[in-house]
Design a protein around this ligand. Structure first.
Ligand code: BTN
Length: 359
């Protein structure tokens, strides 16, 4: 048991201190921590866990365990309590709330702090606000509904409650601003891999980071950054995945799809978030070590749906067509122009369109 947990528990015993902590907004985090931990233990055991084991593991009283169990039930978990055996989970709510994601997330540093909102304007907007206030690297913001979800190029992003996945990861990478577009590619890879590993879908990437399956868009990523000329203060990587959405607005109906439409089943949104974060952490570690995408290029190119296909590059200096060959170690798209010359297309500067469809 960590020292932190012990300290928290002692603090919880004193009513006055509890009040002080509560007014400082700390108590909520302490109790949530126990709730998350209890959920994690019940989930991983798959059977009964005795009250005694929970008390011992967490260093809290039986009453505190019981209160946390009650809270989990209020959150929609079905928990069976049996005299002599303990507690066992029998039903899970369809939720992407903090305790659910935290109880399945297997990462070392990404998403160790989660902030969940049932409704928010935009997780990217919120992430930028808390980044300005000093929020930690790796903080994950999740929302069930966004009222002003933002897409790329000033477009809106629809996030209906209970159906979509919307989250933003806040990072403080020690990089120069020109390297940040590569991190967005890393997130695109992570989302595509998460989808492929959880479902039997041939999801791939439309350069630079749209996740596409069956020729339609499943996931979009919007990265925003605060930086000086040479130094990045923070970046927020917003990920929107169409999970259980079945109806799209008219303007995107022909190009959008969802996991539910593609698999024919309801998807577990928390699992998709956790798996995406796990792949992201794995790939981001490689990226950090290399300082570029050289260690990930091969895997990215294997996922790249544009590869070998005709593309139209909407370069402000003049649009041209060619065939996409893959990315280089900086994440630029290598395009063999129709006149035989080779161009490196930098993400963020130009748009690339498929000539024969969305990809
Ligand atoms: C795109 O246009 O392809 C990018 C869409 C990004 C949407 C996500 S949803 C979570 C985060 N919050 C936002 O407001 N936008 C991003």
């Amino acid at each position: 048991m960590s020292g932190v947990r012990l300290i928290c528990q002692r603090l919880l015993y004193g009513a006055e201190k509890r009040e002080a902590l509560s007014s400082a907004g700390i108590l909520c985090k302490v109790t949530d921590m126990y709730k998350n931990e209890i959920l994690r233990m019940l989930r991983s055991s798959g059977t009964y866990v005795s009250g005694q084991d929970l008390c011992r593991e967490l260093g809290i009283s039986r009453t505190a365990v019981w209160k946390n169990i009650r809270q989990l039930e209020e959150d929609g978990y079905e928990i069976e309590a049996s005299a002599g055996k303990g507690y066992r989970i029998t039903g899970f709510p369809d939720t992407i709330a903090e305790e659910e994601v935290a109880s399945i997330l297997q990462t070392e540093r990404v998403g160790k702090k989660i902030r969940y909102f049932s409704r928010i304007d935009s997780t990217n907007q919120y992430a930028k606000r808390i980044a300005e206030e000093g929020a930690e690297d790796g903080t994950l913001i999740i929302a069930d509904e966004q009222t002003a979800g933002k897409g790329r190029s000033g477009r809106r992003w629809v996030t209906p409650p209970g159906e979509a996945i919307a989250f933003t990861l806040l990072l403080r990478p020690p990089l120069s601003p020109d390297r940040i577009s590569m991190v967005t590619l890393v997130m695109g890879m992570a989302a595509a891999k998460a989808v492929r590993s959880l479902y039997d879908l041939p999801a791939g990437i439309k350069w630079p980071n749209d996740v596409v399956t069956g020729g339609r868009k499943l996931c979009g990523i919007l990265t925003e950054m605060s930086a000086e000329v040479e130094k990045v203060h923070y970046i927020v990587i917003g990920v929107g995945i169409n999970a259980n959405i079945c109806e799209f607005p008219e303007e995107i109906r022909q190009i959008a799809t969802s996991l539910k439409l593609e698999t024919g089943q309801d998807v577990n949104r928390a699992q998709v978030i956790a798996r995406t974060m796990e792949y992201f952490e794995r790939y981001y570690t490689v990226f950090e070590k290399d300082g570029d995408l050289s260690g990930l290029m091969e895997e990215y190119n294997a996922l790249l749906l544009n590869r070998g296909r005709g593309v139209r590059v909407l370069d402000p200096a003049g649009a041209y067509t060619g065939t996409a060959r893959g990315i280089n170690s900086r994440g630029e798209l290598i395009v063999e122009r129709d006149d035989g010359a080779e161009s490196m297309v930098y993400a963020g500067e130009v748009s690339v369109r498929g000539i024969y469809g969305y990809v």
